[in-house]
Design a protein around this ligand. Sequence first.
Ligand SMILES: *[C@@H]1O[C@H](CO)[C@@H](O)[C@H](O)[C@H]1NC(C)=O
Ligand SMILES: *[C@@H]1O[C@H](CO)[C@@H](O)[C@H](O)[C@H]1NC(C)=O
Length: 226
Amino acid sequence: MSNHTVIPIQATHEDPRLPPLKRQHTARYYAHRVRESLATRVSKVLCTIFLGLLFILGILAFILWLSLRPHRPRFHVIDFSVPGLSQENGFENAQISFNVTVRNPNQNIGIYFDSTGASAYYRNQRIGETPLLYPFYQPPKNTTAIPGVLSGATLNVNTERWKEFMADRATGTVLFRLDITSTIRFKVSTWDSKHHKVHASCDVSVGQDGLILPASRNKRCSLYFS
Ligand SMILES: *[C@@H]1O[C@H](CO)[C@@H](O)[C@H](O)[C@H]1NC(C)=O
Ligand SMILES: *[C@@H]1O[C@H](CO)[C@@H](O)[C@H](O)[C@H]1NC(C)=O
């Protein structure tokens, strides 16, 4: 009875996904096919490794960019005074003194201040202008004071303007604006960036004694690039 078991003839041949076997294929043909699928597999692995490396490099570049990305310098007015406002003949020796700090908040990036200038404004009219310091390099995490004085040729205040100051003073406060303009470059390791023009704009109010009011002291200046 057992030798009646039916063994289907095609059982050894037929996975429908494989191309039909053909008797005339030689050993060389099969060797070739094996080599081919091996090559496909190797190239797939290489491709995966390559894409993986590319991905990791991308992440590293992104992290590097995040940590090296330059932060803008920060300006604060720490002092500003118009001593003449409290004097009898103040107009005769009109003068504005100020002291501004600039901080480089970067961990690894230095800043070259190639040129710096200050202008004082009153009601949006420029009343004085002067260049400041000489070019200087600011190391990372450094704070540098930029003091300056506007008087004589660098201060342009006539008697009319002075009367306006005095009228404001009578109300308790005279408002000025101090603008610091610098041409800077960032220094990352040995690479120097191109020039950027940075403008810090600081509103300051002065009291009847001609000294900066506490509300304006250490105030951060707004900043923009051009
Ligand atoms: C900031 O840098 C200047 C110039 O390089 C240097 O003279 C000064 O000591 C530095 N200040 C601080 C707090 O490191
Ligand atoms: C400006 O401020 C700095 C830091 O507080 C100080 O060392 C320096 O003497 C000040 N300069 C003037 C002219 O007030």
